[in-house]
Design a protein around this ligand. Sequence first.
Ligand code: NAP
Ligand code: ZN
Length: 346
Amino acid sequence: MITAKARAVDGPDTPFREAEINRRDLDTNDVLIEIKFAGICHSDIHTAHGEWGEVNYPLVPGHEIAGFVTEVGAEVTKYKVGDRVGVGCMVDSCGECVNCQKGEEQYCLKGNVPTYAGVDKYGEPTQGGYSTHIVVTEDFVVRIPDNIELDAAAPLLCAGITTYSPLQHWGAGPGKKVAVVGMGGLGHMAVKIAHAMGAEVTVLSQSLSKKEDGLEFGAKDYYATKDPETFQKLAGTFDLIINTVSAKIDMDAYFSLLTLDGTLVNVGAPAEPLEVNVFSLIGHRRSFAGSMIGGIRQTQEMLDFCAEHNIAPKIEVISADQIDEAYKRVLASDVKYRFVIDTSTI
Ligand code: NAP
Ligand code: ZN
């Protein structure tokens, strides 16, 4: 057993505390990673607060992990000690079902093993990246390109891939008008990636307070959704809308912004069901879709794409003692644009 230092919560309303957790001894295909940085995703907050259903506490969240390989199992071929690597939202899957075979392990028919709040193939609860070390089978580890700093790499492992995947799947590119709803962690990555793919990008944020940043990230336009005129002005405009909002919003208002055959993809995952008036879809043959992270192969592709296009998230590095405060700020939409924990402070 390997002992790692971590930060854990004991219940939906408790603050983070220091903890020690066990990581399994290396199996033949496992790598041991010394975690250097871990991003704070809004999903960590939904989960830690028990909003998505029952959680087995104590819980160590964190699925935006960047660090170094410090040990490899006997049969590991892809990585060696010293490699710069990342781990995202899942650490295993069945590998055999039709979806795993396609490289879409996130949609494993038997359910992927989430990086935290899951149960691994040994029957042990999984614990995430707010910790000093993690053991992961090499197939669920990705390589971080040399020109991406480790602290900036961490958020790409969830915020990056969760936005890259639908943008690519629904063909964001030259000639396409893409709107991004909500400019937090996922949203700001969606703006940067869609812009790099060649699409014309518009941000739909609650207010204009982050407009300057949005334009700098690559948006052409930036509108406040609290202004009703926005919806009149932009009716029927977008081929693709990526909704990253973590709360329930008026979906019909956003469907009205789609073109004929346009698609709104929800990546935001509020606990509360979203209401849909089907007439907002029927009227212009519009689609309402969802998308969850991305497969391992695509995650590597996204990292290489970001390296090639010099894309990195805008981050605020914090110490482990600031996690509770960071959660409060994320909930208040006061994040620019991702908090990343320096795990040496754990
Ligand atoms: P975040 O940093 O908190 O960003 C969410 C943004 O949504 C906020 O910055 C804010 O943007 C907007 N927003 C928040 N509350 C709102 C409200 N009541 N009304 C309108 N807009 C609101 O969160 P994140 O880490 O990007 O995650 C976003 C969501 O995606 C979460 O629900 C998370 O669980 C989910 N997620 C899903 C996947 C997946 O695989 N599908 C992966 C990761 C995360 P403005 O300030 O610009 O308005
Ligand atoms: Zn996430």
